[in-house]
Design a protein around this ligand. Structure first.
Ligand code: 5GP
Length: 194
């Protein structure tokens, strides 16, 4: 009997909202049924980030080559003149075909592009409790310049405005609560329990 194809789950939210932690725990909670798509990016790795696990870190030339070869399901230049990010077809195609669900942690423009191609994708937006809290978290990371923080906050304001397009909104008050809400949403959309 042919396998029922998997679904895409798109998770977005402002940078610094704690998305990556929540997403990592959701993947662990749904092990075997939901896998994380590893995006490609041209931005340099942060301390501790590993190639192939956190991102596929590509040079500008390699990213362009793969974009022109049609290897991306979606890709965007995030933060204006900054870096490129994108989802590789290779990360999603075979999983979907074998009935696995794939989670994409991507920005709002990439999400709109995915929805055009996969209207049945589940879309979830993780909100900060407030912009002030978000600013505090971005500063506490101490990995970025003042200019980069200001740029990320400007993008966050824009993202919060388009958040209404997402089917589900989850407030990241505590990580366990956000993880529980997301697992509940996925079950309600048909992700099996076993
Ligand atoms: P960061 O540089 O903090 O890892 O990520 C910056 C932003 O890029 C985040 O909003 C993240 O969701 C977004 N992003 C990461 N991977 C992708 C991707 O493959 N496609 C798109 N469109 N956005 C991505």
């Amino acid at each position: 009997m042919p396998e029922k194809p998997g679904k895409l789950v798109v998770v977005s939210g402002p940078s610094g909202v704690g998305k990556s932690t929540v997403v990592r725990e959701v993947i662990a909670a749904c092990a075997g049924r939901l896998r994380l798509s590893v995006s490609a990016t041209t931005r340099p790795p942060r301390p501790g980030e590993r190639d192939g696990t956190d991102y596929h870190f590509l040079s500008d030339a390699e990213f362009r080559r793969r974009r022109e070869a049609g290897e991306f399901l979606e890709c965007v230049e995030v933060f204006g003149r900054g870096h490129w990010y994108g989802t590789l077809w290779d990360e999603v195609r075979s999983s979907l075909a074998t009935g696995k669900w794939v989670l994409l942690e991507i920005d709002v423009d990439g999400a709109a592009d995915v929805l055009r191609q996969f209207p049945e994708a589940v879309t979830i937006f993780i909100r900060p409790d407030s912009l002030e809290e978000l600013e505090r978290r971005l500063r506490s990371r101490r990995t970025e310049s003042e200019e980069a923080i200001r740029r990320r906050l400007a993008v966050a304001r824009h993202e919060l405005q388009v958040a209404a397009r997402y089917e589900f909104q989850v407030e990241n008050v505590t990580v366990p609560e956000a993880v529980r809400s997301i697992c509940e949403i996925l079950r309600s959309r048909g992700l099996s329990d076993d």
